[in-house]
Ligand binder design. Sequence first.
Ligand SMILES: [Zn+2]
Ligand SMILES: [Zn+2]
Length: 164
Amino acid sequence: MIKINTNHIGDLPLPVNGTEESAILELPEDSGLTVNGKICYNLLATMTGMDLLVTGTARLDVIAECGVCLEQFPMELAVKDVCHLYENAEGQEINITEDIREDLLLALPLVLKCSPDCKGICAGCGVNLNTEKCSCGKKKKKAKSEPEKPDEPSPWDALSALKF
Ligand SMILES: [Zn+2]
Ligand SMILES: [Zn+2]
């Protein structure tokens, strides 16, 4: 748990740095994420009157599954603008774990993608188009061009022949 004892904060902001077990994230099994290491946080705790202001950053390495090609890829979950205010916190120990957890979960993109231009998987043959060339696409092209035989006799040929 990430706790801040406001009794330890003087006139200057108190640096609160450390790591936290990533289990606090309680990621659902279908999130497509595998947690890789611990949560790192670099926070500053400041008293503003009776209130505690917590600012800073938090980050975590994860392995994500691309929603387009289904490959696993490393990704950083980073919160660059942690900012929480706890009112009437003077003289108390404040548990900020839940807020940091929410910050990290909100940093998750809606669509997990291994790269912005991920080509995905071929619907025909199932190859990962980022790493392999699709073979079924080639076949389709061939099949399409085959019926277009340019030397088919046209009825107009006979007509033009009659003209002379
Ligand atoms: Zn991908
Ligand atoms: Zn294919």
